[in-house]
Ligand binder design. Structure first.
Ligand code: HEC
Ligand SMILES: [Cu+2]
Length: 308
């Protein structure tokens, strides 16, 4: 239990309005439960003490009715109402910005809705501090669950249905997000970074993500990419690579992590991702390219690392 209280996945961090609400509810529950537990155990010990006065039957019945039925009903009822109010708030259908997230096996398709149109990215979510972000969640083929413990509640992602969740981050930093519903082989490796930024920095980032890839005309790395068939699964906007199967790679190198929150974005990891794909992340739906090596691999990696 304590391992959940440290680092980037700390649900007690209260780094968002929603997680702070859940934290308060938890603390009140724990203290309340502690008081009630002590009272019940205290009464039990007292009852077993030699010389304790047995109650009259009438008094005893009153005690059971008030202490055993009325009090728990009122307390649990009040907690339920409080919990429902929080739930209504964190699933409310409004926000300063809207982000659609689609759970895939085993990565995240991320779409920012802007007045100029959709901005598509993957495996990393950036949010402006202090603004309420509305997440519209769905899934491709199996149920996933979207959770950034430090920022707020978790919510199921269900194929063919849309669920909503809001996050209002209050602390700058890079927080850990993960899939919280067993979804198959690489479930435990299905992660992402939720990066909370100053609003101006966020706007700049979003504008950059909206741009197509900046490529030089003569691009041997892109030729390898196409020759190997990567473009059948991956999109690089601004090129004729328009595959819809895997993550959008238009601004791949701008992400902190490679492979849905798994590895640092470095050339070494990138090369291994391509040749030893299933050692880097077992079970995924991308084939390994063990035959790629030497100069061809280097140019491909160099090309991918320039997709900023
Ligand atoms: C059959 C479809 C398919 C092909 C072909 C394919 N990929 Fe992928 N790729 C995927 C999928 C699916 C993922 C997501 C894996 C995961 O994390 O679960 C992925 C992930 C990636 C990532 C990580 C993206 C991120 O956001 O971190 C990179 C980089 C990548 N592929 C590069 C390539 C390159 C380069 C090639 C060609 C040599 C290639 N892929 C060929 C399906 C494919
Ligand atoms: Cu999942």
């Amino acid at each position: 239990m304590l391992s959940g209280c440290d680092g980037r996945h700390n649900w007690m961090a209260g780094a968002g309005e929603e997680s702070a609400q859940v934290k308060t509810l938890f603390i009140v529950l724990m203290i309340g439960a502690g008081v009630i537990w002590s009272a019940v155990v205290g009464a039990a010990i007292y009852a077993h003490k030699r010389g304790a006065h047995p109650n009259l039957e009438r008094e005893a019945r009153q005690f059971v009715i008030w202490g055993g039925a009325v009090l728990p009903t009122v307390l649990v009822g009040a907690l339920l109402v409080w919990g429902l109010i929080i739930l209504r708030d964190i699933t409310a259908d409004d926000g300063d910005l809207t982000v659609r997230v689609d759970g895939e096996r085993w990565w995240w398709r991320v779409i920012y809705e802007t007045p100029e149109g959709d901005v598509i990215t993957a495996n990393e979510i950036r949010l402006p501090i202090g603004q309420r972000a509305l997440f519209r969640l769905t899934a491709d083929d199996v149920i996933h669950s979207f959770w950034v413990p430090a920022l707020g509640g978790k919510m199921d992602m269900i194929p063919g249905r849309e669920t909503t969740l809001t996050l209002t981050p209050q602390t700058l930093g890079s927080w850990g997000g993960l899939c919280a519903e067993f979804c198959g082989g690489a479930h435990a490796l299905m992660r992402f970074d939720a990066i909370v930024m100053e609003p101006e920095a966020f706007d700049t980032w979003l504008a950059e993500q909206a741009e197509p890839a900046k490529l030089s005309a003569d691009n041997p790395g892109f030729e390898v990419f196409q020759a190997e068939g990567c473009g059948a699964c991956h999109t690089i906007r601004g090129t004729d690579a328009q595959g819809p199967v895997g993550p959008d790679l238009t601004h791949l190198a701008s992400r902190d992590k490679l492979g849905a929150g798994m590895w640092d974005m470095t050339p070494t990891n990138m090369a291994r991702w391509i040749t030893d794909t299933h050692e880097m992340k077992p079970d995924i739906d991308m084939p390994p390219y063990p035959h790629l090596n030497g100069a061809r691999l280097d140019t491909l990696v160099d090309f991918l690392m320039r997709l900023e």
